[in-house]
Write a protein that binds this ligand. Sequence first.
Ligand SMILES: *[C@@H]1O[C@H](CO)[C@@H](O)[C@H](O)[C@H]1NC(C)=O
Ligand SMILES: *[C@@H]1O[C@H](CO)[C@@H](O)[C@H](O)[C@H]1NC(C)=O
Ligand SMILES: *[C@@H]1O[C@H](CO)[C@@H](O)[C@H](O)[C@H]1NC(C)=O
Length: 637
Amino acid sequence: MNSSKKCVYAICVGFFLLGFSLCSAIDVSHDGRAITINGERKVLLSGSIHYPRSTAQMWPDLIKKAKEGGLDAVETYVFWNVHEPQRRQYDFSGNLDLIRFLKTIQDEGLYAVLRIGPYVCAEWNYGGFPVWLHNMPGVELRTANDVFMNEMQNFTSLIVDMVKQEKLFASQGGPIIIAQINTCNGWYCDSFTPNNPNSPKMWTENWTGCILPDCKNEAYNTAKVNTQTSVMVKKSNQAENEPISLSWVWRPESIDDTVVHGKAHISANGLIDQKAVANDASDYLWYITSVDVKDNDPIWSDDMTLRVNGSGHILHAYVNGKYLGSQWATYGVFNYVFEKKVKLNPGKNIIALLSVTVGLQQNYGPMFDSKQTGIPGPVELVGRKGDEAVIKDLSAHKWGYKVGLHGLDNKLYSSDSRYASKWQAEDLPTKRMMTWYKTTFKAPLGEDPVVVDLQGLGKGHAWVNGKSIGRYWPSYMAEEDGCSDEICDYRGSYDDKKCVTNCGQPTQRWYHVPRSFIQNDVNTLVLFEEFGGNPSLVNFQTVTVGTVCGNAYEKNTLELACQGRPISAIKFASFGDPQGTCGSFGKGSCEGKKDALSIIQNACIGKETCSIEASEDIFGLTSCGDVTKRLVVEAVC
Ligand SMILES: *[C@@H]1O[C@H](CO)[C@@H](O)[C@H](O)[C@H]1NC(C)=O
Ligand SMILES: *[C@@H]1O[C@H](CO)[C@@H](O)[C@H](O)[C@H]1NC(C)=O
Ligand SMILES: *[C@@H]1O[C@H](CO)[C@@H](O)[C@H](O)[C@H]1NC(C)=O
């Protein structure tokens, strides 16, 4: 399939918007080989900060760190699906306040690169497209389709107008040096594929890039940027009395009207795409049908199974009010087949299938937007007599649909919910599916970031003081194989199997709780546990810098900083060709004649920051020959 046809609109708005100038305007241009700023060629280092992924209170610190890390520009997409959750109803509040984010970048003195999208290639729900747009009649996403073009131009021009009004383009004296509009992934435009011999060299070898202005002398090599690595450590919540054990109350999620009585909101013949029914308003969609089976039915036997072909991501099956089993997609494959032995009653049987999405994960690749989510089917009852399988296909049956769960609709996570009573302390269950848990905790002391350790839980959603801190799934383990004890070597071409860590461990266990969500006195944590888990090990912690490692090539300055705390000890220092990575450095084959460790100890211990030049003048002559020498230090905060 020639997907380049799907790219209809890829232009740099920035370049024409920058055409007019004001007195404080910055002149951004391009001379055929490089971006120029006020006439001078620039190597710009830009990094992404996606504003909706953090709170507005966190932005100044994040942007300041980006600047301290050496960036010139902060780049972000604009996330259409969250700004226009319903057609012509806009949200630019809180962490969606794009203008405030751009002004924060400006206040920190950095440039901004604004990728208006609407396509978002960043592990983002449905690639940034609103699901209501997918559901509009006659629409075909990411094509020159009129419905799509009209909606896209409506949104993108709204953004351009907002930004212009606030004078945020460089030509107006603002921080935005480049703006971009695109509807699909650059990867799928033919001219940019790595295999095209005429393609510009976009993909660099060895995870590094290097600029050779005269094809000989390095002007810039990303492998030689001086860096500091901070190794974070977690501390228990000092505000609580030891031992920290939170007291929990609980209540069940009520599902009986669905799984026992088969109640639904709407019904239709056949199986419908989850996006079309749920409109992305909830992760949860019940598919409910009733089936009459007589004991003389050809499928009737002692060996009957329920078989469901599903797509992204999780299925929980109930038959006649009883839980039958679950199935979920693993490791990036979105389709799954559920098959489980089932006992039916002669007569009417209620089959209730809860399909759960973890966001609309399929968000890139050709036609990703037209792939089905939920239960595309078939859904079958399979009877076996000897070798013979008899299939009753339920796919075209009348199905009832119910979006969401009671507890979520009734906002049980919020203290002002009028349904938020009836919590009980007795008989706290563990490993119970569809269960709500609630506890209180004291605000952790100090300013360090706060995390909650959700070890022991299955899968679900967590809220602090009524604010979502995200879905969780610590029972989902990373693949067992692929980790190695050897020091990781990133060299060679990129490969996602390289330098893999935490094999067989939960893919995520700690969840950030923004300080702005936490109140001074008592705070509430609510969990909705979907799979069943044990909350007894859940606890709050603060995160702080434990050790820092610095690296500087010869004639550059090494800088160390413990984020405002004094450096207490130096674990390792060597000028020459030291080996290994932060935490496991070792001496190489050559080293300066002077004692690097005591030089660094004298320069750094007791100080909040220290800097020292990596040179033979300071560390003594080496016998490294042609090897590029560097100074490496590991310090304890
Ligand atoms: C978007 O469409 C609405 C009508 O649906 C119109 O009133 C509005 O002006 C449009 N906005 C832009 C920026 O084109
Ligand atoms: C159901 O899923 C299985 C496994 O992915 C696949 O082989 C089969 O073709 C699917 N059936 C249909 C009708 O899609
Ligand atoms: C990438 O690394 C390999 C192995 O270390 C080396 O042979 C090759 O020259 C490197 N390529 C570049 C462009 O530096």
